[in-house]
Structure formats: C-alpha cells, structure tokens
Design a protein around this ligand. Structure first.
Ligand SMILES: [Zn+2]
Ligand SMILES: [Zn+2]
Length: 472
C-alpha cells in the first residue's frame, strides 16, 4: 500500500532528530538532480505547511488529536529551528525556542538546507562549519603532494550505520542511500571546489579517505595512486637481467655469498631506470613491466623494448621527461639507454603485458659452427624455417624455474651474414614473441623441433644474442 509521503516524514520527524541532509538522504532515490540537503529542506517545509493547515482547522473539534500532533511537530526537536518554523510558531502563538536558537535560525539563509549539530545521525558533519574543517584538514595533509585530480572515500563508525539502518526499518523507509556515498559525493564536491582539482572516479591521482567518528573527531588519510611512465629501453651491455632477482641461495634475505645485498645480479635494467625515476617523482618504490624480456646475456638493440614503470606513492607528478631521460642515460651509461618517456596509464601497462606474446621480434645471433656451412645449406634452412611453427619444450636452462610444457612459436624470417671466421656465422631471425632463439639454433637436445642444428646436421651454438626490434 502506498503511504502518503508527508505522513511518513511527519512520523520520522516526530521520532528522530535529523538535519536536512540526513532527512533528505532517507529519500535519496526519489526525485533526481537535487542534493539530499535540498531534498530534506523541501520535505521538512512540506510537513510544516501541512501542520499549519491542520492547526488552521481548529474549529473542527474532531481534529483535536491531529492538532496536538501538528503543534508538537512544530515545537518539537524535528521542526523548530527552520526559519519557516520560527515564523509559524510566532504566528500561531506557540512557545518559541530559546533566544540563541532563534537568533541562529534568523541568521540562516532561508534557501540553504538546515545543517543541525543536534542531528542524531551525523551530528552536524554536513554543516558548513564541519565541512570547512574537513577541507582544511585535507589541505594540510596534502601539502607537498602534487596531484591533478582527486576522489573522496570515507569510513563511518558502525554505530552510525546501524542507527540509520534501525531507523529505516522502524519508519518503513526504503529509498535511502548509504551515509558513506552521500558523504563522499558531498565532500568530494566541496574539496574539489576548495582545492580547484576535479573529482575523477576512475583514475584519481589521490584519494582522501576520511575516518568519521563524530563531527569533532575526523581524520584523513591520503592514498596516492600509482604513477605510470612509458618508455623504451635499449640494453647495450650483456649480463644484465631486466628485473632485479633475489639471490637464489638466500631468497633475497642477504647472505655472505651475495655480500648481504640479497641480489643474484648486482645490476638490472629495472634498477638503472628506477633510481632516477624515484628521484624525480619522490616515489616509495616501483614495479617494472616490460613488453616481454630478453635473456640476461642478450643485448636489446634497435629502437628498444617498450616498458611501463609503475611508481608507488609518487609525490611529484609533473615530470620533466627530457631531464629524466638524461638522468637515466647518465646513471646507466654504457649499460642501459631509455627513450620516448611519457605519461602512461594502468590500462596501457595491462595492454603491454597481455599483448607481449603477440609481438614479433627480430634477433641477431652470432653462432659457432662445428665445420663451415655452405650457401646451399643456408638456403635450405631459410626455406624450411620461414613460416614454420616450432614445437618448443621448456628449455633445460630454465626448467628449474618454469613448468615443462610445449609452446608453439612461428618463425617469420631467416637470413644470415657471414663473418671473417669460417667457423662462425650471424643469423638474423624474426619470430613471434616468446620464441626461445638459442634453442631454435641448438635444438636443446631435440626439445625444439625443427631446429637450425637439426636441419644443418651439425652442432650450432648461439654465442651472442641481440634483440634488434620489438614490434607490436
Ligand atoms: Zn545529519
Ligand atoms: Zn644471498
């Protein structure tokens, strides 16, 4: 059965002390395009007009009970502070509230929602006074943090949430929204205006999380979202892993063998790039995401390999990418070079990782031969391998850390360059991302089929490997 809205609000206000914001929130899904404070103001005014109407009908004796109810509502906690209510009370010769309360009501803008600190749900958290305190708190806490967009989150004490839930059940209210989402939207808009930064629901630079016990005890915690930087790296020295590896013997804890560094390798592409990045952004740490990776002993040449570096808790978000490029290239001199640094996103980082197997790569492999190889054999290798799908079982050299399985990888192009030593040759091989090139050459005791060694009928070993191109 549909209950007349004004009766519901009357019942609610007779039983509970609510400010306009908390009153309006109980009806949040009714009417659109207005905020809860304004919604509450309209509902309360409607009830006051209704009460006035009832009192005007005093001639009708059968209405006695109703009239008493209307008077109580006007003089009771729920109604008396609004300017409209005080005027009505004076007009009807009903008892007026204390002079200070009256003065406060008079001073109020009649068109602003009533933000009462006697509200039993929020205790006045939505009042102008508390709002400016919260804004001040957020401003202080965010000093020294650079951000272009924000979002507000909150935690309310469970007693507030439970009280509101009980009230809704008691009064049969079914249109309410959570105080948390109301607060987040309300404070988000206040803070956005005060700090002149837009609210961004998807990718905010920072999230202000308010912990609300009551209006006098509010804290704020600032969560700085990761900063993403895209670039390409070239690795011009061999023997450097892409990312930092914990020392195998001690698991990274540090031991005598690793000189208490906890590292398996003393340097990595990640570390060469991340130190200058941390200096430039004031971050607390990084996560390095490469578009695939090359072997430790392979160089990464050509245009370089795309990567996204994720900076945790970066306090400086306006980065001079040119200066950063110079700083990295100086710090990593003769080892690693970066280019094309620019801002990136979480989505681009995900893309980069997911699409890594779809890339094609071009390699240069300097190989040693058992005996010289003739042009006819090389032509046969090219004809047999180009367009062929390799069956590659996990190489023996990585079996200790990767599951044994067979991968299907396509070879796209094979060419060669002769070198001075007749027992050496350079192969230029283009293949799908993730192809094990050393095993394509050696066959890895038959674990890669077909292979250059197998087809050529001699043992050919890759001595030096360079990645020349990574293509998306
Ligand atoms: Zn309230
Ligand atoms: Zn160690």
């Amino acid at each position: 059965m549909h209950v007349v809205l004004v009766e519901l609000v009357k019942d609610l206000l007779a039983k509970h002390k609510l400010c306009d914001h908390c009153l309006g929130r109980q009806f949040a899904s009714l009417g659109t395009g207005i905020d809860n404070g304004f919604r509450g103001m309209i509902l309360r005014s409607t009830v006051l007009l209704d009460a006035h109407g009832i009192i005007k009908d005093e001639s009708d004796a059968s209405q006695d009970g109703k009239i008493t109810g209307a008077r109580t509502l006007l003089t009771g906690q729920g109604g008396q502070l609004q300017p409209l209510a005080t005027k009505l009370l004076a007009h009807l010769n009903l008892p007026l509230p204390a002079p200070d309360v009256l003065a406060r009501a008079k001073a109020r803008d009649t068109m602003a929602p009533w933000d009462w600190d006697g509200c039993e749900l929020c205790g006045g958290v939505f009042s102008k006074q508390v709002q400016s305190k919260l804004v001040q708190l957020a401003r202080e806490q965010s000093t020294g943090i650079e951000f272009k967009s924000l979002l507000v989150g909150s935690r309310f004490s469970t007693s507030v949430v439970e009280k509101e839930e009980e009230m809704r059940v008691e009064c049969g209210l079914k249109w309410g929204e959570a105080i948390k989402s109301h607060f987040n939207r309300f404070v988000g808009s206040e803070l956005s205006q005060a700090l002149d930064k837009p609210v961004d629901f998807k990718n905010p630079d920072v999230v202000f999380i308010f912990a609300i016990e009551n209006k006098d005890s509010a804290g704020v915690e600032i969560q700085i979202n990761p900063l993403f930087i895209y670039g390409k790296y070239r690795k011009i020295a061999r023997g450097i892993p892409q990312t930092h590896w914990p020392h195998r013997a001690c698991g990274g804890a540090g031991c005598e063998e690793c000189n208490y560094t906890g590292k398996q390798y003393m340097e990595s592409v990640e570390e060469y790039i991340s130190k200058p990045v941390l200096d430039a952004t004031g971050g607390s740490g990084v996560r390095f995401h490469g578009a695939g990776r090359e072997d430790i002993d392979a160089r990464m040449l050509g245009e370089g390999r795309p990567f996204v570096i994720e900076v945790l808790c970066g306090k400086k978000r306006t980065v001079d990418y040119e200066a950063l490029t110079a700083a990295i290239n100086d710090f990593a001199k003769d080892k690693v070079e970066v280019s094309g640094l620019r801002p990136s996103t979480n989505e681009e980082m995900q893309d980069l990782k997911e699409n890594a197997p779809d890339t094609t790569k071009k390699y240069k492999a300097l190989c040693t031969l058992e005996h010289p190889i003739d042009d006819a054999t090389l032509g046969m290798l090219k004809a047999k391998l180009e367009g062929t799908t390799l069956h590659q079982q996990t190489p023996t050299r990585v079996l200790h850390r990767r599951a044994n399985k067979t991968r299907l990888k396509k070879v796209l192009a094979v060419s060669w360059e002769r070198v001075e030593n007749p027992l050496e040759i350079v192969f230029i091989i283009e293949a799908m991302g993730g192809t094990y090139i050393k095993e394509l050459i050696s066959s890895d005791e038959g674990r890669t089929q077909p292979s250059i060694s197998g087809l050529a009928g001699q043992k050919i070993v890759c001595k030096e490997l360079d990645v020349l191109e990574v293509n998306h």
